[in-house]
Design a protein around this ligand. Structure first.
Ligand SMILES: [Zn+2]
Length: 78
């Protein structure tokens, strides 16, 4: 019975050690900070118009039902 308890204690200790590893949390923090530094929403990417294949920046593009268009006439919006 004591052996079982000892085994459980050792496993728990290993688990605790692995979870509490400072390197892992540090890496996670670095990654989180990295993601904070480069905002994805404001990222200016070039997208091709669905109709005429003209490249426009995502800021200027007109998005209709998930597709990018260069201008209102391509998007079919009046
Ligand atoms: Zn177009």
């Amino acid at each position: 019975m004591l052996k079982i308890l000892l085994t459980i204690a050792i496993i728990a200790a290993i688990y605790f050690f692995l979870i509490k590893k400072p390197k892992v949390s540090q890496k996670r923090q670095e990654r989180a900070e990295e993601e904070k530094r480069k905002p994805k929403k404001d990222e200016d990417i070039m997208v091709a118009c669905e109709k005429c294949d003209t490249f426009v920046s995502s800021h200027e593009a007109i998005i209709v039902s998930g597709k990018y268009y260069c201008c209102k006439s391509c998007a079919g919006v009046k």
